[in-house]
Design a protein around this ligand. Structure first.
Ligand code: FDA
Length: 319
């Protein structure tokens, strides 16, 4: 019998992928505003300006930032072009503010759900523009059915634009082999545990085994002197990496999602490690919010409180 927490997590991951529920919420005058309030726990807002404002505050506090215009699975070419243009606008604005930080994106947001060629062309354009301003572009990793395509597009692009990096999911068994190859490309590698529900024969569940695999991947990158982003909120895993002296390596940063474990990141920053906050904005916050709840169902309590009490704590002040 599956434990109730795993059942809730799996149900939430399925809800996240359900287009009927998503459009019902988007069209509901009652539910939509309530959920937007809840989403603000993890998302800076619905527009670019809100993302930039939060980024400025965090940079003032000596954090690095990564900013994403949220969206994925855009299946219409015209929409992909508009979303790619939004990334270009974001980069222009960051450039004009001398914010030479990081922009993150999902390839299925800018073309992969149409075809690989569209994603590659759009990625190259965004990467070249980012390069002009010293901005790093990090590609997120999506469902395992897309892994090969995402890695191929990354490899082609980073050869021309070394400011492009890639995310690797430790929970996928294949990642241990992928990383051996990726180490020969210049881009930064962000190591995450993995957020997508996949079949048990290709991924490890959250476990000691997964944490050991995570350590193994990071170790390979450190030994190769490769730029790495340690993207986890797992305190025991972070403590182990601190103990192994991984965190004070100059090519290493610790990256956490906005609104999650801010106290832990602030404590790491006080020890002068490179700490980065991953910020998101955009109207497609629904899937992002579902992922954050699915990863940690206890978040539901906080979200319900946020819906009832409009005076949400300013997330920034927690960093
Ligand atoms: P784990 O899930 O084991 O959690 C460890 C502890 O962290 C929990 O006990 C809890 O205290 C805290 N925690 C974790 N998640 C929380 C939450 N949502 N709310 C509150 N507390 C929480 N995934 C992916 O598949 N593709 C990608 O491209 C990315 N990109 C990405 C970028 C960055 C910067 C981060 C930090 C994460 C991602 N992820 C991702 C998500 C990632 O795969 C993973 O699902 C989450 O980071 C949660 O896993 P942890 O490593 O934190 O460990």
């Amino acid at each position: 019998m599956m434990n109730p927490e795993v059942q809730v997590t799996q149900a939430l991951k399925s809800i996240a992928r359900n287009d009927h529920i998503k459009s019902y919420i988007q069209q509901s005058n009652e539910l939509y505003p309530l959920l937007v309030k809840a989403a603000k726990r993890f998302v800076t807002g619905e527009n670019k300006q809100e993302g930039i404002e939060v980024a400025k505050e965090l940079i003032k506090k000596d954090y690095f930032i990564s900013l994403e215009y949220i969206g994925e699975n855009t299946t219409n070419v015209e929409e992909c072009r508009k979303d790619k243009d939004e990334f270009l606008n974001l980069i222009e604005e960051m450039g004009s503010l001398s914010m030479n930080q990081t922009v993150s994106l999902d390839l299925s947001h800018i073309g992969l759900s149409v075809d690989s060629e569209t994603a590659h062309i759009h990625l190259l354009e965004v990467a070249k523009r980012a390069n002009l301003y010293g901005i790093t572009l990090m590609i997120s990793m999506e469902e395992s059915s897309k892994t090969n395509n995402i890695l191929d597009i990354y490899k082609k692009t980073t050869e021309q634009c070394p400011n492009v990096g890639i995310t690797i999911q430790a929970h996928l068994y294949r990642s241990i082999n992928d990383i051996k190859e990726l180490i020969h490309y210049p881009g930064k590698i962000r190591v995450v545990k993995g957020a997508y529900q996949e079949s048990a024969n290709i991924v490890m569940p959250r476990s000691k085994e997964l944490n050991n695999r995570y350590l193994e991947l990071v170790e390979q990158l450190i030994e190769a002197n490769h730029p790495v982003s340690i993207a986890t909120h797992d305190e025991s895993l972070i403590q182990e990496m601190e103990h192994r002296q991984y965190l004070n390596h100059p090519h290493v940063e610790i990256e956490m999602l906005y609104g999650i474990c801010p106290g832990l990141l602030s404590n790491l920053k006080s020890k002068e490690y490179n700490c980065k906050v991953y910020l998101t904005y955009g109207i497609e916050w629904y899937l992002y919010l579902c992922h954050r709840i699915a990863e940690y169902p206890e978040n539901l309590y906080g979200l319900v409180m946020d819906m009832i009490n409009p005076s949400i704590v300013e997330r920034n002040s927690l960093y």
